[in-house]
Structure formats: C-alpha cells, structure tokens
Design a protein around this ligand. Structure first.
Ligand SMILES: *[C@@H]1O[C@H](CO)[C@@H](O)[C@H](O)[C@H]1NC(C)=O
Ligand SMILES: *[C@@H]1O[C@H](CO)[C@@H](O)[C@H](O)[C@H]1NC(C)=O
Ligand SMILES: *[C@@H]1O[C@H](CO)[C@@H](O)[C@H](O)[C@H]1NC(C)=O
Length: 573
C-alpha cells in the first residue's frame, strides 16, 4: 500500500541545499546579528533593493495578521548549537585532481548544464510563471497552487550553474508572486513547504537576495497559519479562504506520517534566518509528538504510515515503509541534527534508534545471479505482533543510502556508512539491470535470509516469481516483478550516489552517477524537455511517455563554485 508517492519526493534536494547553504553560511548565521536587522530594514522600507532587478510586490494578503486560537505558553526557542568541533565535517578529503580528471569532470558538467539550459528555455517559452511545463505537448499547468513551482525550485540550480541572467530574471518573477491567491482552494502544507519555502530559502542562502527572504517570510507565515488549530498541530491541507478569515482550522483524523514529519528543516531554518522562534516552535511541537511515540509503535524505532495529528497519536498501525508516505520523515532526522549543529539531542537519538530498526527489519540482500553484495530497502508489515518483510523496493526509498551515509559520518559509525554504500549500490544495480538503464518506480526481488551468504538459486527465484501474478517473462534474472515499470524523473537514487561520492570519495560513485545521468537524459528526452517514461523494462525508441515532468531541480552540492574542483570542509586528514 503506497499513498502519495508523487507528493512525497523532492524534499531531499531542498533539504540538501538548505543544509549545505547553511553549512556554508554557518559562521554568518551564528555570529552576524545584522541578518535579521537587514531583513527588518527591507520590511520597513519596502523600496530598499539589494540590486536593480528586484521590484518587490507585497502579496495581497498578509498572513502574519492571523490571530491563532492555539497559544503556546512560551515559544520553544532555537537551541544553541554545540561548539564547532562537536559536529564532524562529513566530506571525504579529496586529493588534488589530475588534469585528465578535471577535463572529464568539466566536460560532464557542461553536458549537464546544457541539458538544464534546454529545459529551462522550454519552461521560459511555454510555461513561464506556471507550476510545470508539459514536456511532450509544450503546454503548462498549475498543480501546486500556481506560484511558479518549477521556477522557485530551479532558483538554486540556476545560481549554482552560474546562470546569473536567468537567475535575475527568475528572481524578478519571484518578487511578484502573490501568496494571497491560490489556484486551488486547498493548499497542501507539505508540498508548499518543501518546494516553495525550501526553494526560496535555498536560493537566498546562496545569493543573499533580500527579495527571496521576504517572499519566504510571507510564505512562512501562511504555512504557520496552517498551525492555527485547536491543538497547535498542523493541518494537511489549508482551507485557503477559511484560513484567511482567521477561522480555526480542523486537523484531519489521519494523514501519512511524512506530511507533518517534513516541516522541521524549513521552519527551523526560517527561524534561523529571521530570528523569530515561532516557526521553529511550531515544528518542534510536531517533532516532540514523534519523539515521544517512537518506542511505542508496533515496530519500535519506526513510525507507522498513518498517524493522527488530531489525536497526537503516532503509534497505531502495522504498515511501515521507507518509501512514499514516510520517506522524508526519516530523511529529515539526521539533517535536523546537522542544521541545529547538535543543539537538540533528540534528533541524534531519534536517528540512531530509527537506523537500528531500519537495519534490522527493512534492509535485505537480494538474491542475484551475479552474487553482488548489495542491499535494498523493503517494506514491513506487522501482523499479530510479528514483523514481516515485504521485499518491494520503491524508487523513492533510494534516499536511504545517502541517509545512512550521512548519519554514519555525523555519528562516527563507519558501519552505517558501509550500509549506505551498499544500499546506494543496490539502487544503482536496479538502474543498470534494465535495458534502458533506468530503474522502475517499484520492483521486487527475492531476499536472502543471510547478508553474508547469498548464493544464487534459480529454482527458488522461479518459485518466488511464479507466486506473483505480475511477473513478466522479459524481466531480468533476480527480479520477481516490476510492479510499476515507470521512471518518473525521480532524483533519490542519484542523490544518494552523490552523497556517497562526497562522503567516501570512491570513484565508482562518480561513474555510477554519470551512467545514470546519461540513461535519464537519453531515455526521457522529448522535443522540448524531459518527460516521465511509462515502461523502462523494455527497449523502444522512443520510450512510451507521459506528458508530465516532475517538478524538481538538479543535484549539485554547492560547497563552492561547482566549476572548481571539490573543496570545502572535510574530515580531519
Ligand atoms: C527509545 O529507545 C532508545 C533505545 O533503543 C533510547 O535510546 C531512546 O531514548 C528511547 N526514546 C524515548 C523517547 O524514550
Ligand atoms: C491512537 O489511534 C488509534 C486509532 O487510529 C486508536 O485505536 C488508539 O487507541 C490510539 N492510541 C492512543 C494512545 O490514543
Ligand atoms: C537512447 O535511448 C533509446 C531509447 O530507449 C535507445 O534505443 C538508445 O539505444 C539509447 N542510446 C544510448 C546511447 O543509450
């Protein structure tokens, strides 16, 4: 059972960029009291501009004017970060590049940038100001309230790729977004937070453009209005008109856990940028509920797919996944530790407790003819108190490799970094195994009982696959289904590859990423852009496509100018 897989996704990238932006600017954030003063100046004298392109237009509704029904006794303040050396740098210390390596890297960067530019040109031509470009027809559509989701999501990419004219033009468009209007009557909190608020702050972190922070504050106040409820818990969907009237909103009976569980990074960072604790306070209330319930669920250490913010109940239900509906709840835990610089110990505890459960119940070694020593994430169902592995791997769950790797570095657990590497290689394997070089959205393999010994047994594999109605003859050996054979431009797997490359410095990950990029660029290409493909398990030219393009930005890790060799803080040599 997977719900909301489309909705739960791009967050990894946003978090990555927010985090890295923060890492980049941590000295400024913590030592420069003028950050907030600067913002106040902009607020008070709307006309102040930090550069000529910005012509800020206030939204038609001021979300900070909402009076909340729920009033916390006192606000939970942002915690003080631990001393600098308490959080280890996570990046591998790379040797100097050779000339040959530089040439290869720059050639690849150029190819990635060219593809991005072609896509951007199409968005600009056919869909400017709309949420998404339709990559086959050259149409446009609004799917996330009509605030130019693609444009906001792409800001940091434009900056990182050094496309400054395009960036300036996009910022001028952002300056005109009206967060007082929405193309849908119900505004999705989760999507709005990860795409828009994350996108605006990431771009602000990189560029320092005041307009971006001002729009982030306008929007942050709307998201904050989503906490105007009886118990101070967030709604899943904001009833836009009721919220504007200041009505108390009704918290839904039950929601997928990733939805309330994926507000923390953005709201915490907004408090960091503005000096106003109210955003952090709101997110903390939610994370306290998750923290309290963590050991009382049917699978202690993990939370169920469905939770109730209305009843502040996150312990009931036997369905567990690392994929859609839950993914980013887990992903944000170690990143919160990193963002707060260890300032709140619960994120370390929650991360470690979860990783132990994940390792024990969700991860498995698939039985493969090549005998390759890799891991894949599955789902778990608890039935009558017993945990059963369902060896179904979803593309969305491919973020776990990077998560294990990052947490392993943060908490000095080399075995978790190793697990991260094997999980990442698991998803890379799933890309390579199919003739298109693309991983299906959902697939199944046969798990081995042991991770150390996993000999190929063709008879056993045939039994497993024959037990599945969906099995198809053409699937490669080792796979028992490709339940959802689409590839819908998801970034999680290549993102984990990127993490593992930066964390370990192993060249194989650089090569993996290049193969994946090439396969994606080629297999999804349309006249105007790149589109979701409907079946990656069979070769065809062109592949069958859908007129749909996931709103998500490219993956670059801006320690510094990406055109220069890798640099930035690294582990002690
Ligand atoms: C949950 O259990 C772990 C040990 O497995 C412990 O470290 C942690 O503090 C517990 N969490 C809570 C909220 O009690
Ligand atoms: C949590 O909610 C479920 C229904 O979704 C209910 O059965 C259970 O008793 C609740 N638990 C607590 C502690 O409130
Ligand atoms: C590009 O994709 C098409 C369609 O799947 C395929 O036939 C072709 O072999 C691919 N080319 C390369 C270089 O991968």
């Amino acid at each position: 059972m997977h719900l909301g897989c489309r909705r739960v996704r791009r967050e990894v990238v946003v978090a990555l960029i927010v985090l890295v932006g923060l890492w980049h600017f941590r000295d400024v954030i913590w030592s420069d009291p003028t950050e907030f003063e600067r913002l106040e100046r902009w607020m008070n004298h709307g006309a102040i501009r930090s550069d000529a392109h910005e012509n800020f237009t206030e939204s038609s509704f001021d979300w900070s004017s909402i009076r909340h029904s729920y009033r916390p006794g006192s606000l939970t303040a942002l915690p003080k970060p631990l001393p600098d050396d308490a959080i280890p740098p996570v990046q591998h210390c790379f040797d100097e590049e050779t000339t040959d390596e530089t040439m290869v890297r720059v050639a690849r960067l150029t190819e990635v940038r060219q593809l991005f530019q072609a896509n951007w040109a199409s968005y600009r031509r056919f869909a400017w100001g709309k949420d998404a470009l339709m990559p086959v027809s050259g149409g446009a559509k609004d799917q996330f309230s009509g605030w130019a989701a693609t444009l906001v999501d792409a800001l940091d990419t434009l900056w990182i790729m050094g496309l400054r004219d395009e960036f300036d033009e996009a910022v001028a468009e952002v300056a005109r977004i009206d967060f007082g209007r929405s193309t849908s009557t119900r505004v999705n909190m989760f999507e709005t937070n990860i795409r828009y608020l994350g996108g605006l702050m990431a771009a602000y972190d990189l560029s320092g453009r005041g307009v971006l922070l001002r729009k982030a504050v306008e929007l942050g106040n709307m998201i904050y209005a989503g906490f105007n409820t009886e118990n101070g818990m967030p709604v899943d969907f904001i009833d836009f008109e009721a919220a504007k009237r200041g009505d108390m909103l009704q918290v839904e009976e039950r929601v997928v856990s990733a939805s309330p569980g994926t507000l923390s990074l953005e709201l915490a960072h907004l408090s960091q940028l503005t000096g106003d604790d109210k955003y952090y306070d709101a997110a903390s209330r939610v994370m306290d509920v998750f923290n309290k319930g963590q050991n009382s669920t049917e699978l202690p250490g993990a939370w169920p797919m469905w939770v109730s913010m209305k009843h502040q109940n996150v312990t009931t239900g036997g369905a567990f996944t690392l994929g859609g509906s839950q993914d980013s709840l887990y992903e944000y835990l170690p990143k919160m530790h990193q963002l707060l610089q260890g300032g709140d110990a619960k994120y370390e505890t929650m991360t470690k407790t979860f990783l132990e459960t994940a390792d024990k119940y969700f991860l498995f070694r698939p039985m493969l003819p090549s005998g390759q020593d890799i891991l894949l994430p599955g789902n778990v169902n608890v039935i009558d108190g017993g945990a059963e592995l369902d060896p179904e791997t979803e593309h969305l769950a491919c973020f776990v490799g990077g998560m294990f790797g990052l947490a392993g570095k943060l908490f000095d657990a080399p075995e978790d970094v190793e697990r991260g590497a094997k999980l990442t290689s698991g998803c890379v394997f799933a890309y390579r195994a199919f003739p298109t070089g693309l991983m299906p959205e959902r697939l199944d393999t046969a798990p081995c009982a042991s991770r150390s010994r996993c000999p190929w047994n063709e008879v056993l594999w045939m039994q497993e696959r024959d037990a599945r109605a969906e099995w198809q003859q053409h699937l490669p050996l080792g796979f028992t289904t490709a339940k959802d054979p689409r590839y819908i431009l998801r970034p999680e797997a290549i993102e984990s590859v990127f993490y593992m490359w930066r964390l370990t410095g192993r060249v194989e990950f650089q090569e993996d990423a290049w193969d994946m990029f090439r396969a994606v660029a080629n297999g999804t290409r349309t006249e105007h852009a790149n589109a979701a493909v409907l079946d990656v398990t069979r070769e065809a030219n062109p592949l069958p496509m859908e007129d749909y393009m996931e709103v998500s930005d490219a993956l670059v890790y801006p320690w510094r100018d990406p055109w220069s060799p890798i640099a930035g803080p690294c582990e002690s040599p």
